[in-house]
Write a protein that binds this ligand. Structure first.
Ligand code: IMP
Ligand code: MG
Length: 180
């Protein structure tokens, strides 16, 4: 098993821990207003969204519920394979539920497109998306709540990884893979 650090390095911070906390508070406030009287079932996409979701949930002043899905799209690479695979499905029946899908980053949008279809087919009362990061230029019409737009650089931290590393970092930082 390869447990060594991925080849490359963190070059700079792009979103500080303080900016993340402030934006998460604002998103929580907005979601609290929008969902008053119909607390959402938050569906986190593992593993990248779990730190964001845990902070966001505590800024939503409603009795939210949690569930998680795990999908795999990237493997060990920093390039999208374009293939989405369900690794763990929901435990909750989402029929007639107000579902808030929580994503770490919408990059090509392939994962989101796939999950929207999958969850939409289960007939939730509503289905909205909250993404911490959205790649600049990505299709935004499907994402109601956006934390930050992000330039093309590959980023890690606050849940996001490269080959399972750096998820625990408090800020969002650029990771530059070694060119070879
Ligand atoms: P998409 O299907 O291309 O939109 O990719 C979505 C998934 O790719 C995200 O949920 C992340 O797991 C991963 N991903 C895309 N860009 C980055 C990045 O810059 N850093 C870490 N993970 C990323
Ligand atoms: Mg990932």
């Amino acid at each position: 098993m390869n447990v060594s650090a991925p080849a490359g390095r963190i070059t700079r911070e792009v979103i500080s821990a303080e900016s993340l906390a402030q934006r998460v508070r604002d998103l929580g406030r907005e979601i609290t207003l929008d969902y008053r009287g119909r607390p959402p079932l938050m569906v986190g996409v593992l593993k990248g969204a779990y730190i964001f979701m845990s902070d966001l949930a505590r800024e939503i002043k409603l009795p939210v519920e949690f569930d998680f899905m795990a999908v795999s799209s990237y493997g060990q690479s920093t390039q999208s394979s374009g293939v989405v695979r369900i690794v763990k499905d929901l435990e909750t029946d989402i029929t007639d539920r107000d579902v808030l899908l929580v994503e770490d980053i919408v990059d090509s949008g392939l994962t989101l497109k796939y999950l929207r279809k999958l969850l939409g087919d289960r007939k939730p009362a509503s289905l909205e998306v909250c993404a911490l990061l959205v790649r600049e230029g990505a299709q935004l019409e499907n994402v109601k709540y956006v934390g930050f737009p992000i330039p093309p650089d590959f980023v890690v931290g606050y849940g996001l990884d490269v080959a399972q590393h750096y998820r625990e970092k408090r800020a969002i930082m650029v990771f530059e893979p070694d060119s070879d």
